[in-house]
Design a protein around this ligand. Structure first.
Ligand code: PEP
Ligand code: MN
Length: 340
């Protein structure tokens, strides 16, 4: 249930309501808005019913949360969540562009690409050090060596970086280096991993599984929120449909749908959704027009030689052209790319 405190509720009254709810075994998540405090109480309703809560001093009303996800819902928190990553804000009006190679392959490859995406206006560097590959014989990533190179690229360019964490055995290592932890599409419903990444308190970029409904995706986000970590960024990366010309189908409808259902920031990854570089630019432009808070785009200095996802990676020239279109799309929407 959601407890809406009266505008004039005193701090003592808010504390007393929270204590009462906690005593009854409910877990409490308070959101202090400019005008009033809203308390989300989650747990079995039978322990304390809505009528009892409504009678407590300072409470204006009690509203049941009808969605199966609670903390992720707009009914719990109306204001957009804004996530700070170093000097960036993800989820305010600006468009953040996360760009870089699918995988870190070498020092030269990474530093080259980091410099060029920074120059083109990207605000976050991406790069995989632990790679979830369909075949066990494909390149699996440089692991800690890759994380060290990402950290070096961060020092060189000032760009924070996002990288994937695949399992709990390497979580503390990845968390030591990364600014944003990526949960890949294949791990979206790895609930144990979701609980563990929540504990790091770091921003989590949660990719949608290609076969997940919006509800399943928001319930996955709920695991992280309920674990005490409010910093979840949702990333649409294509879903499975009957269409097979492209890798997956980019579900741009989900951007306004999520903006309606949740307060969490939403970014779009056209690279993995489409799988073909030539369609990345128009869909990046469209994602910004649809209201996405940012983009995740694969860029490689020489895509033909990439060890992973070359066919969908933009070369430097195409990334520059894409950034120009992202800028035009953003300004048409009254928005900016990068810091506000
Ligand atoms: C990636 O971002 O490199 C990746 C593997 O993405 P996904 O989990 O969406 O397939
Ligand atoms: Mn990739």
């Amino acid at each position: 249930m959601i407890i809406v405190m009266a505008q004039k509720a005193k701090t003592d009254q808010i504390k007393a309501v929270m204590a009462r709810l906690e005593e009854s075994g409910l877990s409490i998540h308070a959101s202090k808005g400019e005008e009033r405090t809203i308390i989300g109480a989650i747990g079995s309703k039978t322990r304390m019913n809505e009528m009892t809560v409504e009678s407590l001093p300072g409470v204006e009303k009690v509203v049941p949360i009808l969605e199966p996800y609670k903390l992720a819902s707009r009914s719990f928190k109306d204001e957009d969540t804004i996530i700070s990553v170093r000097n960036l804000k993800i989820g305010d009006n600006a468009v953040q562009v996360m760009a870089g190679p699918c995988a870190v392959e070498s020092r030269e490859q990474l530093l080259t690409v980091a410099r060029l995406v920074k120059e083109a206006g990207a605000t976050v560097l991406r790069g995989g050090a632990f790679k979830p590959r369909t075949s066990p014989y494909s390149f699996q990533g440089m692991e800690e060596e890759g994380l060290k190179l990402l950290a070096e690229a961060r020092t060189l360019t000032g760009l924070p970086f996002v990288t994937e964490v695949m399992d709990t055995s390497n979580l503390s290592l990845v968390a030591q280096y990364a600014d944003i932890l990526q949960i890949g599409a294949r791990n979206m419903q790895n609930f144990f991993l979701l609980r563990e990444v929540a504990k790091t308190g770091k921003p989590i970029l949660l990719k949608r599984s290609p076969s997940a409904t919006v509800e399943e995706w928001l319930l996955a986000a709920e695991y992280i929120l309920a674990g005490g970590n409010p910093n979840v960024i949702l990333c649409e990366r294509g879903i499975i449909t009957f269409e097979n010309y492209v890798r997956n189908t980019l579900d741009l409808t989900v951007v306004p749908v999520l903006k309606h259902l949740t307060h969490l920031p939403v970014i779009v990854d056209p690279s993995h959704a489409i799988g073909k570089w030539r369609f990345v630019k128009p869909m990046a432009r469209a994602a910004v027009a649809a209201g996405a808070d940012g983009l995740l785009i694969e860029v490689h200095p020489d895509p033909a030689r990439a060890l992973c996802d070359g066919p969908q990676s933009l070369n430097p020239d195409n990334f520059n052209l894409t950034m120009a279109e992202i800028n035009s799309s953003a300004s048409a929407m009254g928005r900016k790319v990068g810091c506000e």
